[in-house]
Ligand binder design. Structure first.
Ligand code: CA
Length: 226
């Protein structure tokens, strides 16, 4: 499980990081709102621990921007400001839970497990995009309950697109995450793979799930019609 901690107080951030690492989480820390937002947008995390008072971009704004961008990663807000108003603001903006400072590590870990449990059943084993389903344990894809045969790379590409659905992904972001290295910028390998993937997952007469964004890259789109 990968956790992003957005916290500007070094001591608090390292206390959380060390505690979570002992519990075998993979932890990355951002110490301001701007880099926290960038990290959350460009990487897959299973949960985000988000401080409210942050330099650059405060936690509420960061959360709102993430949700506006379609990022549904569970968020646990951390704040010294324990007023009801703040709690409501965070929850209204799409936070999953709220933990006032100071808190004990045990309580933090328990709240984190709780938001992960709520989001994990679907997130870690089944991802959906309309009637396209991905089983991340068996590595099988289904459209309208019909199995689709994919190669390892096609599967990895599809999982990445689906985990980031409704987000525009540049070709370089896709190569970094799916191929773990950069190709020659002139290379059209991504386009070749997208074309193959489309021929397997798209259904004639239905709105395409993979949308081309001219000059940028691609976006997996959740269509309301299914
Ligand atoms: Ca702070």
């Amino acid at each position: 499980m990968r956790i992003l901690v957005v916290e500007d107080e070094r001591k608090v951030a390292s206390f959380i990081k060390h505690g979570l690492e002992e519990e075998r989480y993979i932890v990355e820390v951002a110490s301001d709102g701007v880099s926290g937002f960038e990290m959350a947008m460009n990487n897959h995390f299973d949960a985000i621990l988000l401080d409210v008072m942050l330099p650059g971009k405060d936690g509420f704004t960061l959360l709102k921007d993430l949700r506006d961008a379609g990022v549904t990663t569970p968020v646990l807000m951390l704040t010294a400001r324990g007023t009801t108003e703040d709690r409501v603001t965070g929850l209204d903006l799409g936070a999953d839970d709220y933990l006032p400072k100071p808190f004990s590590f045990d309580e933090l870990a328990a709240r984190l497990r709780s938001i992960l449990r709520r989001s994990t059943p679907e997130k870690s084993t089944k991802i959906r995009c309309g009637d396209l389903k991905l089983d991340t344990v068996s590595h099988l894809a289904y459209r309208n309950d019909k199995e689709i045969e994919l190669t390892t790379k096609e599967y990895a590409l599809l999982e990445y697109l689906m985990r980031n659905k409704n987000r525009i992904l540049s070709r370089s972001t896709i190569t970094q995450h799916v191929w773990k290295h950069n190709f020659d910028p002139e290379s059209n390998i991504i386009d070749v793979y997208i074309k193959r993937l489309r021929s397997k997952i798209e259904v004639e007469g239905k709105k395409p799930l993979i949308q081309s964004i001219r000059g940028v890259g691609y976006r997996m789109r959740e269509t309301s019609s299914g």
